[in-house]
Design a protein around this ligand. Sequence first.
Ligand SMILES: *Cc1c(COP(=O)(O)O)cnc(C)c1O
Length: 396
Amino acid sequence: MTDLPLKPLFDLPEGVIYLDGNSLGPLPRGAAERAAEVIGAQWGQELIRAWNSAGWISLPRQVGDRIGGLIGAPEGSVATGDTLSIKVYQALAAALALRPDRRVVLSDRGNFPADLYMAQGLIDTLGKGHELRLVDPDQVQDALGPDVAAVLLTQVDFRSGRMHDMAAITAAAHRAGAVMIWDLAHSAGAVPVDLTACQAEFAVGCSYKFLNGGPGAPAFIYARPDLIADLRPALAGWMGHDAPFAMELAYRPAQGAERLRVGTPPILQLAVLDRALDVWQGVSMADLRAASIALSERFIAAVEAQCPALRLVSPRDPAQRGSQVSFAFPQGYAAIQALIDRGVIGDFRAPDIMRFGITPLYLDAADIDRAAALIAEVIGSEIWRDPKYQVRSRVT
Ligand SMILES: *Cc1c(COP(=O)(O)O)cnc(C)c1O
């Protein structure tokens, strides 16, 4: 068993077993103090001078480089800001511009709907007759052809945790002449990622899931270094300009991935994220992955042994699974509410998925055993039947 000694780096409420760090990471210790410093000492006292005196202006780049270190991206190749939806749009726009003679955007039906909505929105805006083609996740490679301009995939499926083979699919996309875009929303900070090795043109992701940056923390976008100098950003914001304070009338993109920035960066969120990234100092992604697999296997075995009514929908082979475990159960929504009432926080994804994030930074074997026992109690005793657990909240 490989429990990591990092739990003390987080401020978790007493009595809570948090199995939802795949959706919103918990509060790292020191993050609240960092936010208070930015608000009080910097914004409060320095006012606008803080852009220079407190280094606010460098924060997006600094945080981008730190995220880059976790996903195999070299310095200067990752920009931060905005939301993941925006970054999907930017990456896809840039990808389509690289393949002007092709008209198909290929994705899979397991993708997060936001990515598909953004892709369709961009296609409609362009008005050039592009088509968003969706196939089953295991059919992606077969669907590659000479008409495919870009492949837009989320590596780890948000519902099931099924994980695409980044290296193999990227290589296949390149053989077909397509541009590869990976959404790392459920990968960054969850599984080892090596963008340099896989040679994908673009990657995007968010920082409030496994990177623990807090609600609404900024997204990131990676562009392969050899492509950056020729990229024309679709959203030509002033913070992506080469000299924002020259106030030139015409747009001139910044050197490096900074050209994929748009507007004024969210300094409070970036500062909190910067503090949250301290957690990773000295953590090897290989150790994290080993711990994630060990905890996931333990969880699956315990739940399956005690709850025959739950059906595993995540891949059984850990090599094909990200850092979450999902079970189908017709009354999944109510069961999750009953679990939350007992201190085990997971979440529910329609139509029937009970989803549990396995995050070894702050979960250990004892947490997993206790969570499985409480799931068994809720399912075995049909505690979920209580009418109070049937009431649907807006966020599930
Ligand atoms: C979480 C997630 C999003 C959310 O996008 P936001 O713009 O940050 O709200 C988008 N795509 C994927 C694949 C996600 O997992």
